[in-house]
Write a protein that binds this ligand. Structure first.
Ligand SMILES: NC(=O)c1ccc[n+]([C@@H]2O[C@H](COP(=O)([O-])OP(=O)(O)OC[C@H]3O[C@@H](n4cnc5c(N)ncnc54)[C@H](OP(=O)(O)O)[C@@H]3O)[C@@H](O)[C@H]2O)c1
Length: 318
């Protein structure tokens, strides 16, 4: 494998970033990973990745401290900005706990990238920045032209959606003003095996579906992407010169009840929801732009089986 140059990945120890680091290392990149504490046990898995001893260097970074970003970013060709808080329940102080790290953190990363003449930044946004738009025409699939309505997010206390919408729109505004090449990727619910030891919010959604034994659950529409396919999409949007603007990244659209039926068929023994209430009508989300770039994804069953096997290995499931 020929050397591919040096890239920085922020929040390297997280669920998505760990897979991205793994794939980048296996494809010949040298990776600078930023973490809040390089010596924390929760980042230990990174050091065990193939080629990590030669080609991965971890840096202690606080996203809110602009100066801490220059060491990992300078000398890199590209940056993947992945770090952002993803809470699994509501937080007491959303301005401080969500908005600041997401928005100010992103602008700090982008300023450091501009300073270091980075060729391209790939920013991990979310479908949360796409879908919260009550004015979108009913029945029409949501694409990259759809933005979540910030006022609506604020009114409905949807702070995570607001943090991602604000961070992505500020990132694209910064790109326009500064000339920095920024591509954004908006994934839907991310599932698939975990490399890290600390359970992340989206894996918890599936774990709860398997073991919580809900009395009833809304039969809502779920849009799912495999973490490994997302990591490939992030690498692809970095490498393809023609990539530009926003990319929605999603693979499978399925109602919760049908998802549970697939799981129950393969793993009958778990404690599944007992009843489903009717789910509301929702517009589908379309990932055609990314597929036109050449991106492909794996079957849903593979994602589900590999997820469950990974939870079993980590002792999260029997
Ligand atoms: N999982 C999904 O379904 C999903 C869907 C759409 C988009 N996304 C986006 O994907 C990205 C990665 O999420 P994930 O699922 O991999 O979640 P994760 O495992 O919780 O990773 C989040 C990462 O962000 C870092 N981080 C959080 N708050 C921070 C702060 N204040 N300062 C510095 N670093 C901070 C975390 O570091 P620590 O380990 O030190 O806390 C961690 O490395 C996020 O941008 C998220 O919005 C995720």
């Amino acid at each position: 494998m020929a050397a591919k140059g040096k890239v920085c990945v922020t929040g390297a120890g997280g669920y998505v970033a760990s897979w991205l680091v793994k794939i980048l290392l296996s494809n010949g990149y040298t990776v600078h990973g930023t973490v809040r504490d390089p010596h924390n046990e929760k980042n230990a898995h990174l050091k065990k990745l193939d080629k990590a001893s030669e080609n991965l260097k971890l840096f202690k970074v606080d996203l809110l401290d602009y100066h801490s970003l220059s060491a990992p970013i300078s000398g890199c060709n590209g940056v993947f900005h992945v770090a952002s808080p993803v809470p699994s329940s509501s937080v007491p102080d959303p301005e401080v706990q969500l908005m600041e790290p997401a928005v100010k953190g992103t602008l700090n990363v982008l300023k450091a990238c501009s300073e270091a003449n980075i060729n391209r930044v790939v920013f991990v946004s979310s479908v949360a920045a796409v879908s919260m738009n009550p004015d979108w025409p009913k029945g029409q699939a949501k694409d990259e032209t759809c933005w979540s309505d910030k006022e609506y997010c604020r009114r409905t206390n949807n702070w995570y959606c607001l943090s991602k919408t604000e961070a992505e729109s500020e990132a694209l505004k910064f790109a326009k003003i500064s000339g920095l090449d920024v591509v954004t990727v908006c994934p839907t619910l991310i599932l698939g095996p975990m490399l890290q030891s600390k359970t992340n919010a989206s894996s918890l959604v599936l774990i709860k579906l398997l073991k919580e034994g809900y009395d009833e659950l809304e039969n809502r529409l779920r849009m799912i992407i495999d973490v490994r396919d997302l990591a490939e999409a992030l690498q692809m949007t970095y490498e393809k010169p023609e990539a530009e603007g926003r990319y929605i990244c999603t693979a499978h659209t399925i109602r919760s009840k049908d998802l549970v039926e697939i799981l129950r068929r393969i793993y009958p023994k778990y404690n599944y929801p007992k009843k489903f209430t009717e789910g509301k009508e929702e517009e589908k989300i379309c990932s055609e732009k990314l597929q036109k770039l050449g991106w492909q994804y794996r079957p849903l069953e593979d994602t589900l089986v590999d997820s469950v096997e990974s939870y079993r290995q980590s002792g999260l499931l029997d």
